[in-house]
Design a protein around this ligand. Structure first.
Ligand code: ZN
Ligand code: ZN
Ligand code: ZN
Ligand code: ZN
Ligand code: ZN
Length: 302
């Protein structure tokens, strides 16, 4: 009986050496099998992927030159493959946001599912799953910039409305749809319907709404307002979900909705002092200067 060379599981069917793509990938790292081997990180987070120290400023994967040199030799093929596939997929969708035409930086673009989502297309899944499978999934997707994408999924987080409500002290009181379309799926409303076309849409709104935690949204509206209510870089101010607090120094934790809802006000304010307000597009540009459209086209044509 044959077993997987990596994890030792019994092989089935047509498997010859490995039980899964995951196990096969592990052997691509040059140090595989030695003490210096480190498995691929699950995703590119806010810590150095080599030594796990928090990243600062424009750092994207590594915290220092040393880590970059050491890290590149540990995970070269995966990084390159993930990146080049994402670029190719973006080009297959005309290289720009379908709604606003944004195309400045590739990391500011993401794939939105029109229907039947099986998995998210991002650099993580692109590096891991077979190309054919990802291509099939791409057929169901449109390319959107982060800001338009958030606006689409969080129509009830329109900033001017939230600011008005917050000033009156009744945040997120449901307003009748302005356009006579369902505020979730945009289907035409009929009869006495005011916001939703169906129970399903109504439920999805209320579940999301509770998940996002009223307190988090309430506090975020106030913090955003204190920082001028718009992206410091480009002036974007349409949707609360598209705005993010970016650390300019000494990050202890990220100011996402969950931490904003759950941390004490004192701790929040200390963290808030270190931040500037950016939209998701500008934030992606800041963290991934190497994915600027001009940089990428230069490299490709070389
Ligand atoms: Zn857009
Ligand atoms: Zn989407
Ligand atoms: Zn609906
Ligand atoms: Zn911006
Ligand atoms: Zn940032």
């Amino acid at each position: 009986m044959k077993t997987c060379e990596v994890c030792g599981k019994t092989l089935t069917g047509s498997q010859r050496k490995f039980c899964s793509i995951h196990c096969k990938q592990k052997t691509f790292a040059p140090n595989y099998g030695t003490a210096a081997y480190r498995p691929m990180p699950e995703r590119e987070g806010d810590n150095c992927i080599y030594c796990d120290k928090p990243l600062i400023g424009r750092q994207t994967l590594f915290c220092s030159r040393q880590c970059k040199i050491k890290g590149r030799s540990v995970y070269p093929s995966q990084n390159k493959r993930k990146r080049s596939r994402k670029i190719a997929f973006i080009e297959l969708r005309d290289g720009q946001c379908k709604i606003c035409g944004y195309d400045k930086n590739l990391s500011g673009l993401s794939f939105h599912h029109r229907e039947n989502k099986e998995f998210t297309i991002d650099s993580h899944t692109l590096g891991r799953l077979p190309l054919q499978k990802s291509l099939k999934e791409l057929e169901k997707c449109d390319l959107l910039c982060h800001n338009c994408h958030f606006e689409h999924h969080y129509p009830w987080m329109t900033l001017v409305i939230l600011l008005e409500q917050s000033a009156k002290g009744n945040l997120l009181a449901l307003q009748p749809s302005q356009t006579h379309r369902c505020i979730i799926c945009e289907q035409e409303l009929t009869g006495s319907q005011k916001q939703f076309c169906s129970r399903k849409c109504s439920n999805s709104y209320h579940q999301n709404y509770e998940n996002q935690q009223r307190r988090g949204i309430e506090r975020k509206v106030k913090l955003v307002n204190q920082l001028g209510g718009r992206c410091t870089q480009c002036g974007y101010n349409k949707n609360l979900a598209s705005l993010i607090f970016h650390h300019t120094s000494g990050k202890s934790y990220g100011l996402d909705l969950r931490s904003i809802a759950n941390r004490s006000l004192d701790s929040l304010m200390a963290e808030f002092e270190k931040c500037v307000l950016l939209c998701h597009n500008c934030h992606a540009e800041l963290h991934n200067p190497q994915l600027d459209k001009n940089e990428v086209t230069k490299k490709h044509s070389n």
